[in-house]
Design a protein around this ligand. Sequence first.
Ligand code: BTN
Length: 252
Amino acid sequence: MDRLGLLADPAVRSAFGRELGRSIEYHASIGSTQDRARELARSDASGPTLVVADQQTAGHGRGEKSWLSEPRASLLASWTFRPAPAEPALFALLAGVAVTKALRPLGVADLGLKWPNDVWLTGGKIAGCLAHGAADHVVIGIGVNVWQRELAPEIAETATSLRRAGHDIDRLALLARITSQLDVIADPANHPAALTEWRRRSITLDREVEVTEAGIAPFRGKAVALADDGALVVETPYGQERVIAGEVRVLG
Ligand code: BTN
């Protein structure tokens, strides 16, 4: 059973929004919830918002990547936090922890976190997080593969879905739980515990990795630590490198 479409009803939306402490904008289809939430955040300095969609036609992933999703298969949402609770990169990393904490009570265990903010399950990516900051707010966008039977050929090798891993998850329940967990990590007092949880669930730490960053040649080394600002510390033959942006591929 999936109840996300109930948000199309304004009465349900407003009751649910009151429960979550945010005003909710629901779209059956939109280009990108992230673009819309950023637009709202720029134009409206009022309370917290949540933009959610049943389909995105131009979803963004990290970097220049797009985020592919078929209709009604994914949880696609963007939340605005004002003031910004952390630097965008750190908040996106902690959002990965929020997703794992939201899924745990819904019966999904064995979740792993790949630096910086990918959530993995049974050898495939099921969720990704993206944050955009401005002077007085941050917009966090999360996409979770929920009901897909097959993934698009471009991502089929590395991605999976909750359904493919044997979990039937109601996107409305997941939305509520992720929102609560984001509210937890939005409190800086909870950052140390969330970072500890990230390190515990990491599938990147203690592994050989290849790092690709714009403007420099790819390099390899061992991921030895996660710094408190979210940087990945990689031990190379030439010393330690702090990776703040870029792609990390786990080698074997
Ligand atoms: C990544 O892993 O590359 C981050 C993916 C983030 C995707 C979500 S889906 C909801 C929100 N709207 C977007 O356009 N992107 C984010």
